[in-house]
Ligand binder design. Structure first.
Ligand code: PEP
Ligand code: MG
Length: 564
């Protein structure tokens, strides 16, 4: 059979080879229930909803931090009185079967949310639908028992809930979805559990037979159905190589990340949960380079209180074992807007400074935590040095109230061309610069970071901004890190080290691989390469130069290695 190539959105990095599993779903059977049977069906429907809530609660109990909170929210939704009422009404008044009533009520709820035309709320709509499918399956004993077959399985579905990914994690090699998005909750859980995932694939994927062979590349966002034996064999080799590399990375976690000519690069982790921190430490992370505090509050009904901030921070920081954490204040806005904010134009620090009480609550929680841990306070989407001065003023007044004399260091993110252009003045006001290449690439090249694969951080226009930011930081005598996805891109590593970056903060599952690549790199050589790329015109030229520079054994592996 001919190979079928499908392209979607990269949602969780890594490569997988496996057999398709289309989980059988309960469908709306359209059966009309006679009045005499309706009470029994109503009981079945409500029983399935509470069984779904119970299963989600149990699942949440085995997870940590952000993943637990996401799954727990599903349990609460299942028992939402408005939802249970409309399910009950659909059975008793309209004569729908238990499964049909659940699917109709949850779809209706999801559609209302999705119609708000907000990317974040659309992700919640997927969660509601997945809850409906889960509860509908529970109305049938056969479907409730359905489990993935053994071996390497790639689940193919329209969309999946975060709980589905967490629950099936042990049996899945990869996830391929027609719906969903890279910022959806299922993707967040897949990334933190290291399961490759692609979203936004063409609907024809759903017509693929269960048991068909599939190659999935969660880094490139591609799927190949019925791959040729050569492609299957190459992918199987890649998967094995990645597994060996991950195992080696764990075994070598205590070896320092030092280049062959003796330059030490700190490798830290991007985390939002304790589970991610533990996984990162096992691979040798030297601390947290970016704690995305907003991810714990994407469903918050209001600005989080000081207590809620402390409750979210405490379990993560408790795992640090004396290492440093760079804790970013809430980066709400754009795709990370909880429902209470609606659709707001502001983002990051600008938004927080417009709500000083909310910022003060988080600053107080961070100051309290900094009594026991070494923390750096990181400011997102900084536009100008005056924003740092204003934040420092608030930090000082919060510290004054709490009787705290020693303030944490302050870091500023460089995520826009404006911030990069002003990097000298920004660096003069803080103790660390942190380049967010995800936003910097998108804003410099004018692409959408969530839907487009067009913009790459090795575009010379982005590289020039990174180079000038490094100069600004070092000119001010402060360190500079990179914490966007580019920090773990093998093509970017020689460029970032060559341009003088001091620290890299990467996804938990990438820490060991990045440390190993640093040990194989010559910093002086990388410096010559990086400087030569600054005068180039196109990303393709940069990529070709990097590939020429890499040793032949590495250059043949290609982009799939990003997901190591
Ligand atoms: C970035 O923009 O690169 C970054 C690290 O911030 P976030 O991905 O959380 O926007
Ligand atoms: Mg950012």
């Amino acid at each position: 059979m001919a190979e079928q190539h499908l392209h979607g959105t990269p949602a969780s990095p890594g490569v997988a080879l496996g057999l398709v599993w289309l989980r059988p779903e309960r469908i709306d059977d359209g059966r009309h229930v006679a009045p005499a049977e309706r009470e029994a069906q109503r009981q079945v429907a409500l029983g399935a909803l509470s069984a779904a809530a119970e299963a989600l609660r149990e699942l949440a109990a085995g997870l940590d931090g952000e993943e637990a909170a996401i799954v727990e929210t599903g349990a609460m939704m299942a028992l939402d009185p408005a939802l249970t009422q409309s399910v009950a009404d659909a059975v008793t008044a309209d004569g729908l079967s238990a499964a049909a009533a659940i699917l109709r009520a949850t779809d209706g709820y999801a559609e209302t949310i999705a119609a708000l035309n907000d990317e974040t709320l659309a992700a919640r709509a997927d969660d509601v639908r997945s809850l409906g499918r889960r509860a509908a399956r529970l109305t049938s004993d056969d479907l409730a028992r359905e489990q993935p077959p053994g071996g390497e399985v790639i689940i193919v579905a329209h969309d999946l809930g975060p709980a589905d990914v967490a629950e099936l994690a042990g049996s899945l090699a990869g996830v391929a979805l027609v719906g969903g998005g890279a910022t959806g909750h299922a993707a967040i859980v897949a990334r933190s559990l290291g399961i490759p995932m692609v979203t936004g694939l063409a609907a024809e994927l759903l017509a693929v037979d269960s048991g068909a062979t599939v190659v999935l590349d969660g880094t490139a966002g591609s799927v190949i159905v019925d791959p040729s034996s050569a492609v299957s064999a190459a992918t199987a080799t890649e998967v094995q190589r990645n597994r060996r590399a991950a195992k080696r990375a764990r075994a070598e976690h205590s070896r320092p990340a030092v280049t062959t000519d003796g330059r030490k690069i700190a490798v830290l982790a991007n985390v939002a949960s304790r589970a991610e921190l533990d996984a990162a430490l096992a691979e040798g992370a030297e601390g947290i380079g970016l704690l995305r505090t907003e991810l714990a509050f994407l469903d918050a009904p209001d600005w989080p209180s000081e207590q809620q901030h402390s409750d979210a921070l405490r379990p993560i920081l408790a795992g640090l074992g004396g290492r440093c954490a760079i804790v970013r204040v809430l980066d709400f806005g754009a795709d990370k807007s909880p429902p209470f904010l609606g659709r707001i134009p502001e983002r990051g620090l600008e938004l927080l400074l417009a709500h000083p009480d909310a910022l003060l609550s988080q600053l107080r929680a961070i100051l309290q935590s900094a009594r026991d841990h070494e923390l750096v306070l990181l400011l997102p989407m900084v536009d100008s040095p005056s924003q740092i001065v204003e934040t420092r003023g608030l930090l000082e007044s919060a510290a004054g109230e709490l009787g705290i004399v020693s303030l944490p260091r302050i870091g500023s993110m460089v995520e826009t061309p404006a911030a990069a252009a002003d990097a000298r003045a920004i660096a003069a006001e803080c103790d660390l610069l942190s380049i967010g290449t995800n936003d910097l690439t998108a804003s410099t090249l004018g692409v959408n970071r969530f839907t487009s694969g067009d913009g790459v951080a090795h575009d010379p226009r982005v590289l020039r901004l990174i180079a000038s930011s490094v100069e600004a930081a070092h000119g001010a005598g402060i360190p500079i890190e990179v914490c966007g996805e580019a920090a773990s891109d093998p093509r970017m590593l020689p460029l970032l080290v060559g341009l003088g970056i001091d620290e890299l903060s990467v996804g938990a599952a990438q820490v060991g691989a990045v440390r190993a690549r640093i040990r194989a790199l010559d910093a002086a050589d990388a410096g010559r390469l990086a400087r030569s790329t600054l005068a180039m015109e196109a990303a393709e030229q940069v990529e070709a130069a990097v590939l020429r520079h890499q040793r032949p054994s590495e250059s043949t592996r290609g982009a799939v290695q990003v997901g190591l």
